[in-house]
Design a protein around this ligand. Structure first.
Ligand SMILES: [Zn+2]
Length: 141
């Protein structure tokens, strides 16, 4: 069980495919099935592997991580298309409120490479919907 906790912040990690880690970390990554991702936005650890005592931080990755840099508009939300937070914001302001509409509006329609392009190693859809909600609510302007 302790294997699942981020060594820096103690948040429970989520299992991540080693293909994702290998694709995004700039250093040589050791073969292992035990990589976890730390989803705590305040923690700089992205991947950890407790059995192997390995930690990769945001600075070890080739890309910015959407759930770590919440206030950086240049961060991609959809990595397959390099569709950024700023582009989503702009599309929402222009009245587009679903991922499909926003993809059409921005012309960024490439999907399907999440395993090797997205730091979470999974589809961006949920994150995409959350970002739209963030910019759709007028209360926190
Ligand atoms: Zn952490």
């Amino acid at each position: 069980m302790a294997d699942k906790l981020c060594p820096r912040c103690g948040t429970e990690g989520k299992k991540v495919n080693q293909k994702t880690v290998k694709s995004l970390v700039e250093k040589k990554v050791k073969d292992s099935d035990s990589y976890q991702i730390c989803i705590n936005s305040d923690c700089e650890v992205v991947y950890f592997n407790n059995p192997e005592s390995i930690i990769y931080s945001t600075s070890d990755l080739q890309v910015k991580v959407w759930f770590k840099d919440l206030d950086d508009d240049s961060v991609p939300v959809c990595y397959c298309s390099n569709l950024t937070r700023a582009e989503i914001k702009e599309a929402v302001i222009n009245g587009y409120t679903t991922p499909t509409e926003i993809r059409k509006y921005t012309g960024k329609t490439i999907t399907g490479n999440c395993l090797i392009e997205n730091p979470a190693g999974k589809c961006c859809h949920q994150a995409f919907v959350k970002e739209i909600a963030r910019y759709s609510s007028k209360d926190n302007c």
